[in-house]
Design a binder for this molecule. Structure first.
Ligand code: DOR
Length: 449
């Protein structure tokens, strides 16, 4: 499919360029942005008037979103998600670059497995980067060969899903990752404390009781490891409680090289739920949803920039892993397709905070990983293939009314009406997603050869 159209009356946001302009015209041709101007008059392309009545939020064009935290389940969990299905879900959500976590079966913990991951990513409709595990099998005992994994294409190192590495080993890993200019992504939950809080549950990952202190103590330990390492960059994944933010604030004031992310679900949901989802385990996630007070602290942290990025922690699970005894069910929810709308509608990032949200979905995550990781700079570039997303912050839709692209449907948002819809996602010049709601004149299907 190719496209040739002038979009009239839209808002253009490009955080790295310091650009935020309303009522602009954008000429899209063959997956490229030909021009962005106040008024484009050309007889070479039809015009699609997207202008809104004064006072109403405009349709937005911005660089493609980056997700630092996606579970694609390949290899070993293909019933829940594949690289292809996950990348399609990403495109529906406006993401053109995602970082796949290493807790697959087997874990991505050798250069060979990394190379296999890179091969699987090649045909995906968006850019899929691979994180390598930090320790073999995520067991927290032996470090992976960081130099060889980086050479094989590891974008970052993480045992996400687990946090079994002791402080000493984490310090060593931070140093080793620094040698190859990579970030260490840490899932901050103290496993000994989690196990102690759930004496009857054999799997630390499935333990349902995970008090906030489990996170706060793990954040403290990770910061201690960073101090011991004396170098390296630490990124704290899916922060969920106010106590962690206080530690992060102090570390930032002391100029620690530490960054952090928050998920759309921790920004938008808290316990107890007014109406439990069915089954209740649809809201089971690690770390758990916490109080309204924690949620507000996270929203404030994201708005002020203490938290650098929104990351989905898209965690697909087959339906059978979400039924039965709550303590036995798998933790996690899908999030790629709902991330933008969740943040806009329920996560405190709509209205005047929309440009900040765009920053935290583009430039923010790009800065976290750094140039060496292999991410493309999220910028709107004229006249060359680039990655961008067009979204309508006002369009309402019901989650699940149209089939989700993910192979799994584990989200407590099923049936919920959200505002904010991705209309078009272009990945490096190629249309990766086009919403049926957007009728583009000048759109032609190229007959396959
Ligand atoms: O709830 C979660 N599920 N949290 C994680 O950190 C891992 C994830 C998964 O892999 O299912």
């Amino acid at each position: 499919m190719t496209v040739n159209v002038v979009l009239r009356g839209i808002r253009v946001i490009d955080p790295l360029a310091g650009r935020d302009q309303v009522d602009m015209d954008v000429w899209l041709r063959s997956g490229r942005i030909e021009a962005i101007e106040r008024r484009i008059r050309t007889d070479q392309a039809p015009t699609l008037d997207l202008a809104r009545a004064p006072g109403l939020p405009e349709v937005v064009l911005c660089p493609g979103f980056i997700d630092l935290h996606t579970h694609l389940r390949e290899p070993g969990g293909e019933a829940a998600e594949t690289v292809q299905s996950g990348a399609e879900a990403a495109a529906v959500g406006g993401f053109t670059q995602v970082v796949a976590m290493a807790n697959t079966r087997p874990a991505i913990d050798t250069p060979e497995r990394l190379a296999d991951s890179r091969r699987r990513a090649r045909l995906a409709p968006v850019r899929v980067l691979s994180a390598a595990a930090l320790t073999l099998g995520l067991r927290g005992r032996d470090m992976v060969d960081t130099a060889a994994c980086a050479a094989a294409g590891a974008a970052a190192f993480t045992d996400d899903g687990r946090n079994a590495a002791p402080t000493r080993l984490l310090a060593e890993a931070l140093r080793a990752a620094a040698e190859v200019d990579r970030v260490v992504l840490v899932h901050p939950e103290d496993e000994a404390m989690v196990t102690a809080a759930n004496p009857d549950v054999p799997s630390v990952m499935r333990c349902p009781h995970r008090p906030p202190d489990c996170e706060v103590v793990a954040v403290e330990q990770a910061l201690r490891a960073l101090t011991q390492a004396g170098r390296g960059r630490l990124h704290l994944q899916h922060l969920s409680c106010a106590g962690s933010l206080e530690l992060l604030r102090t570390a930032r004031e002391l100029d620690f090289p530490v960054t952090a992310e928050v998920t759309p679900h921790h920004l938008s949901m808290w316990l107890p739920f007014e109406r439990e989802p069915d089954p209740p385990s649809l809201r089971k996630v690690n770390p758990p949803l916490r109080t309204e007070q924690d949620r507000r602290a996270l929203v404030e942290g994201l708005r002020e920039g203490l938290i650098d990025a929104v990351a989905t922690d898209h965690a697909p699970h087959p339906a059978e892993d979400k039924v039965g005894d709550y303590a036995d069910t798998a933790p996690g929810m899908i999030g790629l397709e709902t991330a933008l709308a969740t943040c806009l509608t329920l996560g405190g990032m709509g209205g005047e905070w929309l440009p900040t949200l765009v920053e935290r979905l583009t430039a923010g995550p790009w800065r976290v990983l750094g140039a060496a990781a292999g991410l493309r700079e999220p910028r709107l570039r004229l006249g060359q293939p680039c990655s961008f997303v067009l979204f309508d912050p006002e369009e309402e839709w019901e989650v699940g009314a149209e089939p989700l692209r993910s192979r799994s449907g584990n989200t407590p948002l099923l049936g919920v009406r959200l505002r904010g819809r991705v209309l078009l996602t272009v990945h490096e010049g190629t249309i990766a997603h086009l919403s049926p709601a957007l009728e583009l004149p000048g759109l032609t299907a190229i007959p396959s050869a």
